[in-house]
Write a protein that binds this ligand. Structure first.
Ligand code: MG
Length: 245
């Protein structure tokens, strides 16, 4: 069921989103060669405590960390730990925060030091795909408009969208209806004021297919190629879209 949020609920999500944006800025500034990914997990915990939010992913369906850190061929759900970032890696940092019973969810992909031209293009196209999807998320449009805009943007630039994982509604639960695929599937649901959505293109340099890593959490590209991920939480307004984080 799709939950329409009241203006009071949106106000809480707006505040939560602002806090999460600040946390992501801090996390981005900590990304450098030589750090263990567990360092980002510790920063997430520290910043959440300091700013009065809870990390939404911790314990979600048993997830063992405070945020997801996915490197190179890892698409999503990477578990931070002892692996060290290396110059030239691309690292996706996906984090959720909850405040007063509401969640927001966002992701960025960051290059570690100097990255290859090809990796840089993948990251830029994925961020562009998020913008293209968000731009279509206006009141009166359909979920399918977001999905097809993302797919068109990505494929016209020579990359592939991941099909088995999608964006989603977000709010009282981290994952609410509707699902928001990153590839065209038809019309889907009509967007209405007060819907809060996490739009999150995952883009592969090679083939779109995925597989699950041995830890049974981390999703990786089937062909071993690079993948990038960007995500915003937005609210559909009367005339436009507001990015919450
Ligand atoms: Mg999400």
């Amino acid at each position: 069921m799709v939950v329409i949020k009241s203006s009071e609920e949106i106000a809480i999500m707006r505040q939560c989103g602002r806090i999460l944006a600040g946390i992501l800025d801090r996390l981005r500034s900590e990304v450098r060669a030589g750090i263990e990914t567990g360092h980002l997990d510790a920063i997430m915990m520290e910043e959440c405590e300091k700013r009065g939010v809870r990390p939404s992913f911790k314990e979600y369906r048993g997830f063992p960390a405070n945020l997801c850190v996915s490197i190179n061929d890892e698409i999503v759900h990477g578990i931070p730990g002892e692996r060290r970032l290396e110059e030239g890696d691309i690292v996706s940092v996906d984090a959720g925060a909850s405040l007063d019973g509401f969640h927001t969810d966002a992701a960025i992909t960051v290059g570690v030091g100097r990255i290859s031209k090809a990796a840089g293009k993948l990251v830029a196209v994925t961020e562009g795909a998020l913008k293209a999807g968000v731009a279509r998320a206006a009141c009166g449009a359909y979920v399918g408009d977001i999905s097809s805009a993302i797919q068109r943007y990505v494929e016209s630039r020579g990359f592939a969208v991941v099909r088995e994982y999608t964006g989603h509604g977000v709010g009282r639960d981290l994952h609410e209806d509707p699902q928001i695929p990153n590839c065209a599937f038809g019309k889907g649901l009509l967007l209405r004021r007060g819907m809060t959505l996490a739009i999150e293109p995952m883009v592969n340099a090679g083939d779109w297919r995925t597989k699950l890593a041995a830890n049974e959490w981390t999703v990786v590209t089937a062909d071993g190629g690079l993948s990038a991920h960007f995500e915003h939480t937005i609210v559909v307004t009367d005339s436009d879209v507001e990015i919450l984080v």
